[in-house]
Design a binder for this molecule. Structure first.
Ligand code: C2E
Ligand code: CA
Ligand code: CA
Length: 670
């Protein structure tokens, strides 16, 4: 067989093997973590392939011998190729970041010049007598650039396909293209350079080159078209997915994820900014009363209002539900106060939605970077605390985070949470404070006073936790528990000591507002065998005044059952005597603030005696609470007060110690 043909055959075989190895391992090479190892692997593969192929082509032209090619000079050309490919790999890698057709073409120009230099250099090394015609070299360069561009373009498309692992181009087509690329790439170089007078002129023909180029052009442009179409689809669906991932579907505002990203960016850049937590007040009512559709429309309206308030550099986002957030870069703190007022004004602007006029209000909390926190988590938490403070202070206002509000609010949040489980965890206990006949100091009954022993905080005053229980609504469950258990305790106490003590229970207006309140009281009485006349319900003056007609209605029904009702903390509320008649009550408890300074404060004496004489006229009984000294007791006795209660006579105590005291008294009497 013709030796030339064998060498060409070997060259083709190498080409196949190379592309087989290359395509099989390309993904693996690309996934090598270290950038340099990746480039070097690519370069070794490419350089050794080209070098070997080059050898066989030269051999087929009978230009070199083994000894020549594998000499120091030949090996040097391998090193040269390696460096060249390495540079190309780095360069190609760098431009893939800004991958455009122009960039790609420009790379091919550079690589082609490199290859021409390399090849002519190599041929010169092998045969010093060779001279190159400049115009032929230029033609070789142009053909090389075109073939390189087309083949690498095709390669790129195949790689992209491989990387994405989507089989849009079949493996057979891949192999075919790979062969054509290799052939065109190397072949056209050699053909052109070969045509430079040193090679047998019959060996190659320009037609061969042109046909290869046309074939390449067709396959490359076909693949390019497919690639662009597919990419565009991907691009639009990607964009859509991106939008969904970073935006809230209802309001189209950036979502929590996006806001956190921006916050992180601003923190990184060390931008001074404020985080506004914006929570609508009573949004649940809108949803519950007018339906979710109205609720949704309101949220969209609010998001637009917020967008109108901010400047271009600020960000409004929706965190979920009725919670919004604004990130605002600022210079002076005064700007923020002004901005908060504007926000409130914008949100509280009445709006008509589906025929309903809605007057929404909002509570806002503000935290600043870097003063209040250095991380997203800290800033969010502090803005939330400040917002909570706004809610706590009656809503429709804004607060800036400070460590003082933090302490109070954090404690309140904790108590709120823990109070939910206090009953179940048996942390609540009832203490009893005896009540006495003022004249004789004989015990006539007890007031039930709730105690909470928190496992980690310790004793918490009812003055602190009762308002929280009222806020959260747990007062209903807790209040019923107190009612039933105190009745039960007093029933037992009465049975053991053969007495007939009464029991006073404090009730909250929240309990009384329950439609089944009277039934609850009835059932507590019947369960515990306490006669209605021995149960006294205490309600504070301010609470009773909240809705007089409703209160008096409930009071009337309770009174019809025979239950006693007394107004607690009398004198601290509206102090209007006219309503007392309407309320169907039997007793007034003068607030301890009047009693405590009875001996020293001359103003208190006439007030207390006026209250007592007025109560007489209305047929009401009077209890004085907070009696702490014997002087106070004596004064109250002379003023004709009916009942007294206070530390001077006895502090509130657990049932057990009340029982023990009673037993002692009983044994003394015996
Ligand atoms: P209150 O109904 O006015 O109860 C009287 C408060 O005065 C009690 O405080 C009692 O310990 C205290 N006290 C009694 N004698 C004296 C005295 O001589 N000097 C002074 N300085 N104080 C005296 P406490 O137990 O801390 O309860 C505070 C408030 O918590 C109660 O005021 C009541 O409004 C509320 N509360 C307590 N238990 C319950 C309950 O079961 N339900 C409801 N709704 N409220 C309760
Ligand atoms: Ca009371
Ligand atoms: Ca009181």
């Amino acid at each position: 067989m013709d030796q030339d043909k064998i060498y060409i055959g070997i060259a083709v075989l190498i080409s196949f093997t190379y592309f087989f190895i290359f395509l099989k391992n390309f993904k693996g090479i690309l996934s090598i973590h270290s950038k340099w190892t990746r480039f070097i692997s690519l370069s070794i593969l490419n350089a050794s392939y080209t070098w070997l192929l080059f050898f066989f082509f030269l051999k087929s032209y009978q230009l070199v011998s083994f000894e020549q090619y594998f000499s120091t000079l030949g090996l040097l050309s391998l090193v040269f190729l390696f460096i060249l490919f390495h540079l190309c790999a780095v360069y190609l890698y760098n431009i893939t970041a800004k991958e455009t057709i122009t960039n790609h073409f420009f790379t091919c120009v550079i690589v082609s010049i490199g290859i021409i230099v390399c090849f002519t250099f190599n041929i010169k090394l092998l045969n010093r007598n060779v001279t190159f015609d400049k115009s032929e070299l230029a033609l070789a360069g142009i053909i090389l650039i075109i073939s390189l561009f087309l083949s690498t373009r095709l390669m790129k498309l195949i790689y992209n396909d491989l990387i994405k692992n989507e089989k849009t181009i079949s493996t057979g087509f891949l192999a075919l293209s790979a062969f054509m690329i290799s052939h065109a790439f190397i072949g056209s170089c050699l053909e052109v350079i070969g045509s430079i007078s040193i090679i047998n002129e019959n060996h190659s023909s320009i037609i061969e080159i042109i046909s290869i180029l046309i074939l390449l052009l067709i396959t490359a442009s076909y693949s390019e078209k497919q690639y662009i179409e597919k990419n565009q689809e991907l691009f639009t669906s990607n964009n859509h997915l991106n939008f969904l991932a970073y935006h809230d579907t209802l309001t189209e505002l950036p979502n929590r994820r996006k806001v956190i990203e921006v916050m992180n960016e601003w923190i990184e850049k060390n931008t001074k900014f404020a985080v506004f937590f914006i929570d609508l007040d009573h949004f649940k009512h809108v949803n519950d009363l007018l339906g979710h559709e109205v609720g949704d429309k309101l949220l969209v309206h609010i998001s637009k209002q917020l967008n109108l308030t901010i400047s271009k550099s600020d960000i409004v986002g929706r965190l979920g539900g009725d919670e919004f957030i604004i990130l605002k870069a600022f210079n002076l703190n005064d700007e923020l106060t002004q901005f908060s007022s504007e926000l409130i004004a914008k949100v509280t602007n009445p709006v008509i939605i589906e025929g309903h006029t809605l007057n929404v209000t909002t509570s806002i909390g503000v935290a600043c970077f870097p003063e209040n926190g250095l991380t997203v988590k800290q800033l969010m938490k502090k803005a939330d605390i400040a917002m909570y403070c706004s809610k706590d202070q009656g809503r429709n206002t804004f607060f800036f985070y400070t460590s003082e509000i933090d302490h109070n609010i954090v404690r309140k949040i904790k108590l709120k949470e823990d109070l939910k489980y206090a009953l179940a965890r048996q942390e609540l206990e009832i203490h009893y404070q005896p009540k006495y006949v003022a004249k004789t100091q004989e015990v006539i009954g007890f007031e039930a006073l709730l105690r909470w022993y928190h496992p980690s905080i310790g004793y918490i005053s009812p003055l602190e936790f009762i308002p929280i229980a009222e806020e959260t609504g747990s007062i209903i469950e807790i209040g019923n528990w107190v009612l039933e258990n105190s009745c039960q305790d007093i029933y037992e106490l009465n049975k053991e000591s053969s007495n007939n003590y009464s029991i006073s229970v404090n009730v909250s207006i929240k309990q009384m507002a329950q439609t089944n309140f009277v039934e609850t009281v009835k059932s507590a009485l019947s369960k515990t065998n306490i006669p209605p006349s021995k149960l006294e319900l205490e309600i504070t003056e301010s609470m009773a005044m909240e809705d007089i007609s409703k209160t008096s209605n409930v009071f009337l029904r309770l009174r019809e059952l025979g239950i006693q009702i007394s107004i607690d903390d009398f004198g601290t509320g509206y102090s209007s005597f006219s309503y007392l008649k309407e309320l169907h009550i039997q007793k007034l408890k003068i607030d301890k603030s009047f009693i405590q300074e009875l001996e020293i404060n001359n103003q208190n004496k006439p007030i207390v005696s006026a209250i007592i004489s007025m109560a007489r006229d209305l047929g009401l009984k009077i209890t004085a609470e907070g009696v702490e000294t014997s002087d106070q007791l004596t004064l109250l006795q002379t003023m004709d007060c009916d009942e007294v209660q206070g530390f001077y006579l006895s502090k509130p105590q657990p049932l057990q110690s009340i029982k023990e005291t009673l037993n002692k008294q009983l044994s003394i009497q015996k």
